[in-house]
Design a protein around this ligand. Structure first.
Ligand code: ZN
Length: 121
């Protein structure tokens, strides 16, 4: 059962206005519903970021291709130069970057994908 946000009275199923106070009832536009249905999952993206984040997998998934390529290159250069000490720091930097983004995804701080579409759960 739904209740009027204005007066708190019960609303009839499918009603467009409150019968008690006449306030129009907000309906979710179908376009928004479709976007939510096709939305990329921030949980999936967060899990990808934790396990494969250093390779930019979560950013490829979300459509942040530029960031994804940057992380992937950082990690590849890191592996190539691993024998020199610098590579360790490059891989570490890429891993920490991805881990921070995983936290931002899980906490809802990253709200949209690379195309500006809202993320789902
Ligand atoms: Zn009302």
């Amino acid at each position: 059962m739904k209740y009027c946000s204005n007066c708190g009275k019960e609303l009839k199923e499918g009603a467009d206005v409150c019968l008690n106070c006449g306030k129009a009832i907000k309906k979710i536009p179908s376009t928004t519903a479709n976007n939510t249905k096709n939305a990329k999952s921030k949980v999936t993206a967060g899990i990808l970021a934790i396990f494969f984040g250093a390779y930019g997998v979560h950013n490829f998934y979300l459509g942040y291709t530029g960031k994804a390529v940057a992380q992937l290159i950082l990690t590849i250069i890191g592996f190539i130069t691993f024998i020199l000490i610098i590579g360790i720091f490059l891989v570490l930097a890429s891993s920490i970057w991805a881990f921070v983004e995983a936290i931002l995804l899980f906490t809802g701080s990253i709200k949209v994908d690379g195309y500006g579409n809202n993320l789902g759960d």
